[in-house]
Write a protein that binds this ligand. Structure first.
Ligand SMILES: [Zn+2]
Length: 76
């Protein structure tokens, strides 16, 4: 089997690039999972009393500290 010189050098550059890209995505996902609970806060707006409050971590609902109503997180 014969491979042309262009394909050979194309793979020579492309394969390490794809490898580094894959490794960086992998470590990004691991780091996000580890840091998400401490670094991120989710913001909520109470529809009953109008209070804006936050919860640590990435959560979809939280109870209002003032009136105990369950609210969904704000979407931007
Ligand atoms: Zn409230």
């Amino acid at each position: 089997m014969e491979i042309s010189i262009n394909i050979f050098f194309g793979l020579w550059i492309l394969l390490p690039f794809l490898f580094i890209l894959g490794v960086s995505f992998y470590y990004d996902r691991i780091r996000l999972k580890q840091l998400a609970p401490e670094r991120y806060k989710t913001i909520f707006h109470c529809l009953k009393c109008g209070l804006i409050y936050s919860q640590k971590g990435i959560v979809s609902t939280a109870t209002c500290p003032r009136c105990d109503r369950e609210n969904g997180h704000l979407k931007f």
